[in-house]
Design a protein around this ligand. Structure first.
Ligand code: 5RP
Length: 231
């Protein structure tokens, strides 16, 4: 039998698959939970569903192609909003604000979340938190003069680690670096922190998602929990 939390991630993804209709234009997230959702689309395309998608990472795009989803070129302008975007999260607060990006894809993930009719998060129950910022808050930064950007972020009260280390830094699909920020005690005012992070020159995007999530499907030992509205 599949081990937890993998079983819970799959259960949340399966519930989200029930939201997918024939002809939909989908936003496809990144990470191990989104992986279950994307591979699950294979059953739908095999049943004759015509699905098109915009992926938040090269890895998810590849997976979706294998599942029979026609991928939109990332540079092409969107003529309309996506119908539904489904993605994982690292932390989910009671008001459905999120920390994302521990998988490194938050720049594209945020653009997808901003350009969809419905943004639905799928997760196992370990992702529920009382306050965001209990773990790291990832920030994508341009490689040019990144230590100066890191120092400016430090001035906001964060300590940071360059993901991958200086010898072999992790590079995002956009060719940028990630600084994983830690805030002692978590974030009291995530929206304020989000605005401050975004105001730092050199910051491309950060992993705080405030006011974007319509619903979270969370699976755990007690079964499935729907936070927000799937309607
Ligand atoms: C990637 C993300 C992921 O959605 C997040 O890290 C959750 O991943 P997983 O489903 O593997 O726990 O934000 O940038």
């Amino acid at each position: 039998m599949e081990a937890e939390p993998e079983r819970w991630k799959r259960a949340a993804a399966e519930r989200a698959l029930a939201l997918v209709g024939d002809g939909m234009l989908l936003g496809l997230g990144t990470g191990s939970t989104a992986h279950h959702f994307i591979t699950g689309l294979r059953d739908l395309t095999a049943r004759g569903f015509h699905l098109r998608g915009l992926a938040t990472s090269l890895a998810s795009a590849e997976l979706a192609r294998e599942a029979g989803v026609k991928m939109l070129p990332v540079e092409a302008p969107l003529s309309r909003s996506l119908d539904l975007a489904v993605d994982g999260a690292d932390e989910i607060a009671p008001d459905l604000s999120l920390v994302k990006g521990r998988g490194g894809a938050m720049f594209r993930e945020k653009l997808v979340a901003l350009n969809t009719e419905r943004f639905v998060v799928i997760a196992d129950a370990s992702k529920l938190v009382d306050r965001l910022g209990r773990g790291v808050v990832p920030v994508e930064v341009a490689p040019f003069l990144w230590p100066q950007t890191a120092r400016r972020l430090e001035a906001l009260g964060a300590s940071w680690l360059l993901r991958g280390g200086t010898e072999q830094p992790y590079l995002t699909d956009n060719g940028n670096l990630i600084l994983d920020l830690s805030f002692a005690g978590g974030l009291k005012q995530p929206e304020q922190t989000a605005a401050l992070l975004k105001s730092v020159p050199g910051v491309i995007e950060h992993g705080l998602f405030c006011g974007l999530t319509q619903a979270a499907i969370v699976a755990g030992p007690g079964g499935l929990q729907i936070l927000g509205s799937l309607a």
